[in-house]
Design a protein around this ligand. Structure first.
Ligand code: PRP
Length: 179
């Protein structure tokens, strides 16, 4: 697998340290409140499981699966719900947990969709953001790292469902995806 990667962008240690900082802020911001973490499958499964273990407050988790990419490396902008929440979110504080904000199309659509259900609040935590790739402005309250607009995999991020298990974020070599 090593030959498929050109460079590590964010190390395992950097991710863990940043998640601990963000979790401390989240605990402080939601002190005395119940918080529902909404993970966006499948990529956010890794960051969700690491983030939630740093949290000390009153939290629960739920999941949505939406699809906008398929096997392509470019966002189509078409969002479909593949799996909806199990829980009602009316009057609840919701924090969407994502692995990456690329064009912003997925999160922009998702936040609008969640707001239509009458929550007390909706905020966003994303581990990664590609500022130069953003097509729709999305208000991110908790950000891990801004990265360059390169094709990255690992820590939940895939190419054709592979590489999600890497404990770090790395650039995928162009020969792998024919770039
Ligand atoms: C990725 C990522 C975000 C979305 C971000 O998911 O997890 O949900 O793309 O892209 P955008 O900002 O351009 O909309 P993907 O559709 O690849 O599904 P996955 O999490 O199952 O890999």
């Amino acid at each position: 697998m090593g030959g498929d990667l050109t460079r590590i962008v964010v190390t395992e240690e950097e991710i863990d340290a940043r998640l601990a900082e963000l979790a401390a802020r989240i605990d402080e911001d939601y002190a005395g409140k119940e918080l529902l973490l909404v993970g966006v499958l499948k990529g956010a499964s890794i960051v969700m499981s690491d983030l939630i273990r740093h949290l000390r407050g009153d939290v629960s988790m739920d999941w949505m699966a939406v699809s906008s990419y398929g096997a392509s490396t470019q966002s189509s902008g078409v969002v479909r719900i593949l799996k909806d929440l199990d829980t009602e979110i009316a009057d609840r504080h919701v924090l969407v947990v994502e692995d990456i904000l690329d064009s912003g199309l997925t999160l922009s659509w998702l936040v609008d969709n969640l707001y239509s259900r009458g929550p007390a609040s909706v905020e966003i935590m994303t581990l990664l953001r590609k500022p130069e790739a953003v097509k729709v402005e999305v208000d991110v309250k908790y950000l891990g790292f801004d990265i360059a607009p390169e094709f990255v995999v690992g820590y939940g991020l895939d190419y054709a469902e592979r590489y999600r298990q890497l404990p770090f974020v790395a650039v995928l070599a162009p020969h792998v995806y024919g770039g």
